[in-house]
Design a protein around this ligand. Structure first.
Ligand SMILES: [Mg+2]
Length: 223
C-alpha cells in the first residue's frame, strides 16, 4: 500500500478468526439460555427475542438495555462471556507476522465488549499488532453499522473518514463505511456490491488486498 498513514480498522469476530471456532455460536447459546431464565420464557422464544434484538440493534445487549432499562447487565455479561474462549482459539503466529509486516496503524472496531475483544486478541497472540480496541462501550452501545459509531472512532483517532480502510465480514458494516468515504474489504464471502472494494477469503490474504487498493499491483512473474 502506497500510503502508510492509511488507518486500518479491523472487525474482530469472523474477521480475525474463522466462524468454525464456534465462539459466536456459543455466545448466542449463552444469551438464549440467560434470556430464557431471566424472562421465564421457552428456549424458542428466547432465540426469537435474541434474533430480533440482533436484527434491530446489531447486538442483543444494546436492545436489552434500550428496551429494559433495569436489565441485569452484570448477570448477563457473566453468564454470556464466562467460558473458556482461550481454549477455542490457537495462537495465530502467521497472522501475527502478516499484521506486523503491514506498517499502517491498525485498530480493532468491534460490536463486542472491549474486555471480550482483548481476550480474543490475547488468545490469538496478536494484541501487540493493534493500537487500540474500539468496542461497544466506546460507542455507548450504539454499534456498527450506525454511522455515528464510525464517526466516533474516526474522531478519536483524529483522522478524516477518507483515510480509513474497514475490514469486516458483514456487508452492512461496509456499506456504512463506504458511505462515509472509507475503503472496504469484505472477509470470508464473495459479494460484488459496488460498496465493496476488495473481497478476500481469509484474513491472511490482507496484504494482497491492501496492495490492490493502493494501486500497487504485483508484477506477474515473466517466464
Ligand atoms: Mg464480524
Amino acid at each position: 500500500m502506497k500510503n502508510k498513514n492509511t488507518v486500518l480498522l479491523f472487525d474482530l469476530d469472523h474477521t480475525l478468526y474463522p466462524r468454525e471456532t464456534g465462539i459466536l455460536q456459543r455466545i448466542d447459546r449463552n444469551i438464549c439460555d440467560f434470556l430464557a431464565g431471566y424472562f421465564k420464557i421457552s428456549a424458542e422464544e428466547a432465540e426469537e427475542l435474541r434474533r430480533g434484538f440482533y436484527r434491530q440493534y446489531g447486538l442483543s445487549l444494546t436492545g436489552l438495555i434500550k428496551e429494559y432499562p433495569r436489565f441485569d447487565v452484570k448477570g448477563y455479561l457473566k453468564h454470556v462471556y464466562d467460558f473458556d474462549i482461550e481454549k477455542m482459539l490457537k495462537p495465530a503466529e502467521k497472522l501475527k507476522r502478516i499484521l506486523l509486516s503491514i506498517p499502517n496503524p491498525k485498530y480493532i472496531f468491534t460490536n463486542g465488549l472491549e474486555s471480550y475483544a482483548s481476550r480474543i486478541l490475547k488468545a490469538l497472540n496478536v494484541s501487540k499488532c493493534f493500537r487500540k480496541i474500539y468496542g461497544i462501550e466506546f460507542m455507548n452501545f450504539n454499534c456498527k453499522p450506525s454511522a455515528e459509531a464510525f464517526l466516533k472512532v474516526a474522531e478519536d483517532i483524529g483522522r478524516e473518514t477518507g483515510d480509513f480502510i474497514m475490514i469486516d465480514d458483514l456487508p452492512q458494516n461496509l456499506l456504512t463505511a463506504k458511505n462515509l468515504n472509507m475503503k472496504t474489504i469484505l472477509v470470508g464471502k464473495e459479494q460484488k456490491e459496488t460498496y465493496i472494494d476488495e473481497t478476500i477469503k481469509d484474513i491472511m490474504e490482507i496484504p494482497g488486498a491492501l496492495q490492490r487498493l493502493g494501486g500497487q499491483r504485483k508484477k506477474r512473474q515473466q517466464s
